[in-house]
Design a protein around this ligand. Structure first.
Ligand code: MN
Length: 235
């Protein structure tokens, strides 16, 4: 069989995350996100804290932007929110992965932002429509470099904090995740076959809120360094 390696339009560039301490990159296949995974965030969004099954959605891999980027304030929103999240990167995958084997599939951890058009999310949700356009737009997934498990171990606790222009907005602990990382991987692998290169944003703690053009966001998670993003003018 002839392998087709020339294209009728320019081929998209692969999406790669840097790896701390390595010249090699982590190629991103899919970006999965978990909704409603810290009780205090569910409360601030007006929900109750019942342990419902985890809610999953995706962002396109090419919505990833790297540490230090300036991202435009998005179109279609006047209420653009930050959601700081722990990122889990997979080195292997499968279907129906048992929770007690799930951590064997983790390559490493990082820091991500699930940037959200909050006003559009509410309008779409209230209308019973999918809220894809509020979550999965261009530049909506700032993501810092990955820290391999062999360097930092597995991350199940530690401070997770976001400042905007130096003022603390989100301040919680990864131990407060409702669905823990092994449970997230187990549940996700029942819905999708997982592969090396998949990353998962594990949900945001409370304190989400709006940002404006010119703001500088700095997210930190214990052992995982920091992620800095500046908001540019609206396109
Ligand atoms: Mn989120």
């Amino acid at each position: 069989m002839n392998k087709i390696d020339r294209f009728v339009v320019p081929a998209p560039a692969p999406v790669v995350l840097p790896v701390v301490g390595s010249d090699l990159g982590f190629p991103v296949r899919r970006v999965y996100c978990v909704g409603r995974n810290y009780v205090a965030h569910i409360r601030e969004m007006g929900g109750d804290e019942a342990r419902d099954p985890p809610v999953f959605f995706q962002k396109p891999a090419d919505s990833i932007v790297h540490d230090g980027a300036t991202i435009p304030y998005p179109s279609l929103s006047q209420n653009y929110h930050h959601e700081l999240e722990l990122v889990v990167a997979l080195k292997s995958g499968g279907r129906d992965i048992p929770a007690d084997k799930a951590l064997d599939h983790v390559y490493g951890y990082g820091i991500g932002l699930d940037m959200t058009r909050r006003d559009l999310q509410k309008r779409l949700s209230d209308a019973g429509l999918p809220w894809e356009d509020s979550k999965s737009f261009d530049h909506s997934c700032p993501c810092g470099p990955l820290h391999p498990v062999e360097e930092v171990g597995h991350v199940s606790s530690g401070a997770i904090r976001l400042t905007v222009n130096g003022e603390t907005r989100q301040d919680s602990d990864v131990s407060l995740l409702i669905w823990k990382i092994p449970e997230i991987i187990a549940n996700l692998s029942q819905a999708y076959e997982l592969f090396p290169g998949d990353i998962i944003l594990t949900g945001t703690p409370h304190g989400v809120g709006p940002v404006q053009a010119g703001d500088v966001l700095v997210g930190t998670i214990d052992k995982l360094g920091s992620l800095t993003v500046r908001i540019g003018p609206q396109r």
